[in-house]
Design a protein around this ligand. Structure first.
Ligand SMILES: [Zn+2]
Length: 427
């Protein structure tokens, strides 16, 4: 038995409890808002969620944390970030706003290749020092599980360097950090300039990078940027099929700009998630529903780029797709660590209810990482990942938009972020 801690006095406990898997369709609407309920944590796990009076009697030995009328929820799962990068790219925002097209920004040395050039010049320690406060900022917004992708290295050494930084973050931070290899984020410029360069880069990914990454166990997932002009559906299939052979689970950047068959490919490969999907087709939606692949929607990216053609979230829910929400935290198109702001956009732009947004940020985010059997719910046996909010009703989470209302968070029973030191566990 580990250290027992009893969370009492919450105005609402939002359990998100249900079957231990991604939630679809009408089932997404019920976030399990309960009152007069306490949560008992035993070590790294939740031991019970029950009436407060009963739990107080049953757990007299437990350390009590008084939630003082706040709202207690599962910690959020940010299942899509690109947090390993060097410098910010704020100058591109201004260029975009004044109408300079992306291709011209790229020609002037901006865009993803700017982040690649920059990351290649930095050492592992420097990248770690840059990334660590970014993940702590996510934790300060209630995120207790975060997926982090490589993908600004695009060479064997630089992808390995990025993934080693993620491994160090996994050890250094209390939050749960999961690594994704995204060597197929873009085709490096030097390969693009060569006649047979595309083919050579895919060969490098499959035959040189992937075996080393799998052998050193530096990633749990593989991801590909499948979009016209980047990786084709055929190339994406080849890379992901090889990744599966090496034991990695699959994710896919799909149908962000045009319906090019990305969602269908993710479904065909039984990927954990297809991400972006602003331009997904009806056929793609049907394929995701049939396969049970989670649709991870990233409305912060659309907001930041000034785009209005958001992913058809309501149609997806009607057709039985499980939707997750994530920040897409990255230096080019979504430089935010504010997870509740993404919930706001889920409600105001994707037309989700507050309950659906909660499930999308917890249970279904965990589903997008293959963790839904023990992460994302306040339920017996689940990981003790909790967030405490300075609000009285869970609907205030998407309502106070852009604010930092997270009072404290805990991952696997350990403090992840605290405003009030009295809330840290005694050691
Ligand atoms: Zn992305």
């Amino acid at each position: 038995m580990g250290q027992r801690v009893l969370f009492t006095g919450a105005r609402q406990v939002v359990t998100c409890a249900g079957a231990p898997r991604s939630r679809r369709g009408p089932a997404m609407a019920d976030a399990g808002v309960r009152t007069n309920v306490a949560v008992l944590v035993d070590g790294e796990r939740i031991a019970a969620v029950d009436h407060e009076a009963a739990l107080r009697r049953a757990a007299r030995d437990a350390t009590v944390i008084d939630c003082a009328g706040r709202v207690l929820t599962p910690g959020f799962v940010d299942s899509h970030t690109h947090a390993i990068f060097g410098r910010a790219r704020y100058e591109e925002q201004e260029l975009r706003a004044t109408g300079v097209p992306y291709m011209e920004i790229a020609r002037r040395g901006g865009g993803i290749h700017a982040s690649v050039r920059d990351l290649r010049q930095r050492g592992e320690d420097e990248l770690f020092a840059l990334a660590e406060p970014r993940l702590r900022a996510l934790a300060a917004h209630g995120v207790t599980t975060v997926e982090v992708k490589s993908g600004y290295g695009l060479s064997l050494d630089d992808e390995l360097k990025s993934l080693r930084v993620i491994a160090r973050l996994t050890d250094a931070l209390p939050m749960r950090v999961r690594a994704t290899w995204l060597g197929a984020h873009e085709i490096p410029l030097d390969f693009r300039e060569r006649a047979n360069g595309r083919r050579e880069y895919v060969q490098l990914l499959v035959h040189e990078m992937l075996p080393v990454i799998a052998r050193e166990q530096l990633a749990s997932y593989a991801d590909v940027f499948c979009e016209p002009g980047v990786f084709t559906v055929e190339e994406s299939r080849e890379i992901l099929a090889a990744a599966r052979q090496h034991g990695l689970q699959l994710k896919l950047h799909a149908d962000e700009l045009s319906a090019g068959g990305g969602a269908e490919l993710a479904a065909e490969l039984r990927a954990l998630s297809a991400d972006h999907l602003a331009a997904v087709s009806d056929g793609g939606i049907a394929a995701l529903a049939e396969a049970g692949t989670v649709a991870t929607l990233l409305p912060g990216t659309m907001l930041f780029l000034g785009k209005r053609d958001h992913a058809p979230a309501r149609r997806m829910i009607e057709r039985g797709v499980a939707i997750a929400l994530a920040t897409d935290f990255n230096p080019g198109t979504s430089p935010t660590t504010n997870f509740p702001l993404v919930l706001t956009l889920g409600v105001s732009q994707l037309h989700l209810s507050a309950g659906e947004a909660m499930i999308a940020g917890t249970v279904n985010g965990a589903g997008a990482l293959g963790l839904a059997d023990h992460v994302g719910q306040l339920a017996q046996g689940f990981s003790a990942d909790l967030a405490l909010w300075d609000i009285e009703d869970v609907r205030e989470l998407p309502y106070w938009y852009g604010q930092g209302r997270c009072h404290a968070s805990w991952a696997r029973g350990k403090p992840c972020h605290v405003h009030d030191l009295a809330l840290t566990f005694p050691r």
